[in-house]
Every structure is written in structure tokens, then in C-alpha cells.
Write a protein of this length. Structure first.
Length: 272
């Protein structure tokens, strides 16, 4: 097998793992490729992205090391320039002034080399994100919370369908995340004792609405009747069951996704 083909295989392996959210697996694959093939700008790019995606200080430091090592090999590598610029854009100017100051330099170089490239468009989106205001940040968090709620409802409805068909979930295919999540959900949340969890999961939006109304009514009643003087948190106990349901479904998703990533990593490693 040629060296070029081997590099392509490592890149494909890193890309599939990255798209599946397996940041640690991406780092392992990229590091394995670097140890086998020696310094490669493309593999340093994947190693850096695998660290940067964690969005933690220690990983950001490791990502910067990998970006700089890759750019030392190929100073015009579009992926390295875009990824490093994004890392610098999100750096705190007070804690990391040098890193933050490199963002415009890297951005300018990328736009000089390939202004119409996908990497330039990706960086432009990152720059818009970095300029977002306080209210935009709040809206983004609200959207993220809404999407998580939809995941719970979708997961609960898929579980209801599987139970209605006799408990037969799709096979846990190593390359099919959704099938793995469905199978894990059936395994974890079937049975009569989990019926309330399934019911609240299927009707999560309505459950949140009812819980919010009950919380408001309870707190208002407690204040008006003099049970509490001015402010009450007791009414928010109505929200607790829905929070528990969200936690249950979320925990199953995370466990299933970890299982899926482990299988995917093993399958991709065997294809070498």
C-alpha cells in the first residue's frame, strides 16, 4: 500500500470519527498516523481539531502545539489556518493575549490564499460568532436547550414505536448512531416501572408547560396565604419530574453514543 493511500485512509478515519463526535478517537487515530508515517500537516490538523473541539484550556494548549507543528510543515495549509484562527478567535484576550492577537493574522493569510474556499466561509462564520452580543448568546443557549428537548421527545416516541412492535429495536449497527441509541433506549427504559418516564418523555413540551403553570400557581398561593413571606421556591418542585426524565433520556443517549463511537473506531481501525 502506498504512503499516499495510507495518509488518505488515516484522514478518512479521522473525518468519520470527528463527524461522529469522537474527539478522543480522532486524536488517537491522528497520533497513530503520525507515529507510523512521520510528520504530516494533514494529520497535525486532525490532531489539533480533536483537541480544540473539547473547548478546555489544557486541550486548547495541545491544539495550538499541533496547529503550529502542522503550519511549520505547510504554512499555506487551509485547514490548519482556519482551525488555528478559530482557536485564537475564542481565546480570552486577557488570559491569552498572544493567542488572541494571532487571529486576525491567520484570518488575513487564509483570505489571501483562498477567499472563496470552504475554509474561508467556515472562518467567516466563526468570526460572526465571536462578534455575537449578549442577547444573541442567550438566544443560542435557548435554541440548544430546545434542541435537547426535541431529542428527548424523538427518543421517547421511537421507544414507544419499538415497544408497540413487540420490543424489537433496530440492530445496534456499529456505523448507525440512531439504531444504537434506539436499542440502548429500549434496553434501559422498557418495563412497566419506566412507564411514567416514557409518558413524560413523549409529552415533554406539554409536561413543561403544565409544570410551569403549577409552579406559578403554587408559589402565588403560598405567598397570598401567608405561608411564605415574599418569595417561594416550593412550586418549582413540580418541574423536578420533568428534569429527571430529561436526565434519564440524556444519560441513555450519552452511553449509547459512547458505545457507537467505540464500535466505529474499532471498525475503522480494522479496515487498514
Amino acid at each position: 500500500m502506498s504512503r499516499t493511500t495510507t495518509i488518505d485512509m488515516y484522514q478518512d478515519r479521522c473525518e468519520q470519527l470527528f463527524l461522529a463526535g469522537g474527539n478522543a478517537a480522532v486524536r488517537r487515530a491522528a497520533q497513530e498516523g503520525l507515529e507510523e508515517l512521520g510528520p504530516q500537516a494533514d494529520l497535525y490538523c486532525w490532531l489539533a481539531l480533536g483537541h480544540a473541539a473539547e473547548d478546555e484550556d489544557d486541550h486548547d494548549d495541545r491544539a495550538e502545539e499541533a496547529f503550529r507543528a502542522g503550519l511549520a510543515l505547510d504554512g499555506d495549509h487551509l485547514g490548519l489556518l482556519a482551525g488555528y484562527a478559530e482557536l485564537c478567535l475564542r481565546a480570552d484576550a486577557f488570559d491569552y493575549p498572544g493567542r488572541a492577537a494571532r487571529a486576525p493574522v491567520l484570518s488575513r493569510r487564509l483570505k489571501e490564499l483562498a477567499p472563496e474556499s470552504a475554509e474561508a466561509e467556515q472562518l467567516a462564520a466563526a468570526e460572526r460568532w465571536a462578534r455575537r452580543g449578549y442577547w444573541e448568546d442567550i438566544r443560542m443557549r435557548a435554541v440548544a436547550a430546545s434542541l435537547a428537548g426535541r431529542d428527548t421527545e424523538t427518543q421517547a416516541r421511537a421507544l414507544a414505536e419499538d415497544l408497540a412492535h413487540g420490543g424489537g429495536a433496530p440492530a445496534q449497527d456499529a456505523v448507525d448512531r440512531d439504531a444504537t441509541v434506539r436499542a440502548a433506549t429500549l434496553e434501559a427504559l422498557s418495563g412497566p416501572w419506566n412507564a411514567p418516564v416514557r409518558f413524560l418523555g413523549r409529552h415533554r413540551t406539554a409536561a413543561w408547560t403544565v409544570a410551569a403553570i403549577l409552579a406559578f400557581v403554587t408559589n402565588t398561593t403560598l405567598r397570598r396565604t401567608g405561608v411564605v413571606d415574599s418569595f417561594s421556591l416550593w412550586g418549582y418542585l413540580w418541574v423536578l419530574p420533568v428534569l429527571i426524565v430529561d436526565r434519564r433520556f440524556s444519560a441513555v443517549r450519552k452511553e449509547a453514543e459512547a458505545r457507537h463511537l467505540a464500535r466505529l473506531e474499532a471498525v475503522l481501525a480494522e479496515r487498514r
